[in-house]
Design a protein around this ligand. Structure first.
Ligand SMILES: Cc1ncc(C[n+]2csc(CCOP(=O)(O)OP(=O)(O)O)c2C)c(N)n1
Ligand code: SF4
Ligand SMILES: [Mg+2]
Length: 379
C-alpha cells in the first residue's frame, strides 16, 4: 500500500560503471540511437551494454500487489535500455501520488517533487541542461487537478520532454477520492452520491494545447505500451502519453472494457498511420466521417475500407486528432496508439538561442537597463 506522500528528494547518483563520457566521444554498444561515430584519434570509450534490470534502483517498490504501475515501470525500463543514453543523462521528475513514486524505482536521476509542479521543475531543468533527457511522471489528479495549469503551459510551449500521465481515474495515494477523469455517477469516498462533474479527457486537453506528440496505451498491453513509450522517447518536443492504469485497490476494473479478452477488440481501436480506422473482433467495423461527426459503420453491405477515415498522425491541423480523442466507449471504440506526431520549434532551443543572441551583444548593464525607457520616482 502507498504509505506516504512524497518528500522532495533526489535520487543518488546512479550506481554502476557507466563512465561520464560525452556522448560524442562514446561508442554506445547496443544503443538504438547511438550517435554517429566521429573519426576517433584514440580508442573510443566503451559503455557497457545496459539491460532493463540495470535501470532498477535498490529501493523496495511500495505499490500494492497487482497495481498497473508495475507494468509501466517494467516497459519503461525496457525502452530506456534501447536508447543508448547514459543513465546519468536521464532524469525522471514527478509530482505527488502513487504514480509519482516512479522516480524512486529507477536507477537514473530523479526528483519526487511538489504536487502538480513537475512540469515547472522539468522546464527549468531542460532549459538549463538541454543535454539531459527529461521525463515527467504524473497522475490524473497530480497532472489535471492541482497541476492542470502547469501541464497546459508546458505542453503548449513544446519543451523537449516526455510526459507520461498514469490515468487510473481516481486519487490512489489518498485512498479513493474522485479525480478529474472519474466518470459521471461514480461513487467514491468524496462523492457518496455519485460524481456530478463532467470528466476531462487528458488527450483532449493535450491536443487543445496543440501538443506535438500525443498517444495513449494500456498497462496490460505490454507490446503496445513499449511501442508508445519508445515513440515518445524518439519525439523531439513535448510528448504526452496517457496510460490507462488499473488501481486494483480503489478503482478496480475501471478499464475492464478495454482489457477484457471478450470486449477489448470492440472497445478499442489501434491507430496506425496511413491506415483506415478498422476495429472489432472480426475486423468488420470502422469509423467513417459524416460531415465532421464520426460514426461507427459495418464493413460490407456497400461499405469498404476506402469509405473510412484514414489515420494521419502527421496532419498539421489537430482537428482530426481531437475528434479521435473525444471518442469514448460504449458509443465508440477508444483509440490507442499515436494520435499526433508533428514538428514545431522547441521551447528550450528557442530560449537558449535568445540567450546566446543576447550574450553575443556583449556584457549587459543591469543598472542601465533599469533606467532605460520610462521611469517614475514615487514620492
Ligand atoms: C497541496 C496538496 N494538496 C493535496 C494533497 C493530497 N494528495 C496527495 S496525492 C493526491 C492525488 C493523487 O492522485 P493521482 O495524481 O491521480 O495519483 P495516483 O495516486 O492515483 O497515482 C492528493 C490530492 C497533497 N499532497 N498536497
Ligand atoms: S494506484 Fe491504487 S493499486 Fe496502485 S499503489 Fe496506488 S492505491 Fe495501490
Ligand atoms: Mg490517479
Amino acid at each position: 500500500m502507498p504509505d506516504s506522500q512524497g518528500s522532495i528528494t533526489a535520487s543518488p547518483r546512479p550506481r554502476g560503471t557507466v563512465p561520464d563520457v560525452p556522448a560524442s566521444d562514446a561508442t554506445i554498444i547496443g544503443g538504438a540511437s547511438a550517435p554517429p561515430a566521429a573519426a576517433p584519434t584514440t580508442a573510443p570509450a566503451r559503455l557497457p551494454v545496459l539491460t532493463p534490470n540495470d535501470y532498477a534502483s535498490d529501493q523496495d517498490v511500495r505499490w500494492c500487489p497487482g497495481c498497473g504501475d508495475y507494468s509501466i515501470l517494467a516497459q519503461m525500463k525496457k525502452v530506456l535500455a534501447t536508447l543508448g543514453i547514459p543513465r546519468e543523462k536521464l532524469v525522471f521528475v514527478s509530482g505527488i501520488g502513487c504514480s509519482s513514486r516512479f522516480p524512486y524505482y529507477l536507477n537514473t536521476y530523479g526528483f519526487h517533487s511538489i504536487h502538480g509542479r513537475a512540469p515547472a521543475i522539468a522546464t527549468g531543468l531542460k532549459v538549463t541542461r538541454p543535454d539531459l533527457m527529461v521525463w515527467v511522471i504524473t497522475g490524473d489528479g497530480d497532472g489535471l487537478s492541482i497541476g492542470g495549469n502547469h501541464l497546459m503551459h508546458c505542453i503548449r510551449r513544446n519543451l523537449d520532454i516526455n510526459i507520461v500521465l498514469f490515468n487510473n481515474r481516481i486519487y490512489g495515494l489518498t485512498k479513493g477520492q474522485y479525480s478529474p477523469t472519474s466518470p459521471l455517477g461514480k461513487i467514491t469516498k468524496s462523492t457518496p452520491m455519485g460524481v456530478i462533474d463532467n470528466p476531462l479527457h487528458p488527450l483532449c486537453l493535450a491536443i487543445g494545447c496543440e501538443a506535438t506528440f500525443v498517444a495513449r496505451s494500456i498497462d496490460t498491453n505490454i507490446k503496445h505500451l513499449t511501442m508508445v513509450l519508445q515513440r515518445a522517447a524518439e519525439h523531439r518536443g513535448t510528448s504526452f502519453v496517457e496510460v490507462y492504469q488499473n488501481c486494483n485497490v480503489f478503482n478496480d476494473g475501471a478499464f475492464d472494457y478495454a482489457t477484457n479478452r471478450e470486449t477489448k477488440s470492440d472497445a478499442t481501436l489501434e491507430l496506425e498511420h496511413g491506415k483506415p480506422l478498422v476495429f472489432g473482433k472480426n475486423r468488420n467495423k470502422g469509423i467513417r466521417l459524416n460531415g465532421m461527426t464520426p460514426e461507427v459503420v459495418e464493413l460490407g453491405k456497400g461499405i469498404t475500407e476506402d469509405d473510412l477515415l484514414f489515420h494521419d498522425e502527421k496532419a498539421p491541423e489537430p482537428t482530426l486528432a481531437y475528434l479521435l480523442s473525444r471518442m469514448t466507449y460504449p458509443e465508440f471504440p477508444e483509440p490507442i496508439g499515436v494520435f499526433r506526431a508533428v514538428d514545431r520549434p522547441k521551447y528550450d532551443e528557442s530560449m537558449n538561442a535568445q540567450i546566446a543572441e543576447a550574450r553575443s551583444k556583449g556584457e549587459g548593464d543591469l543598472d542601465k537597463l533599469f533606467h532605460a525607457g520610462d521611469t517614475w520616482v514615487v514620492s
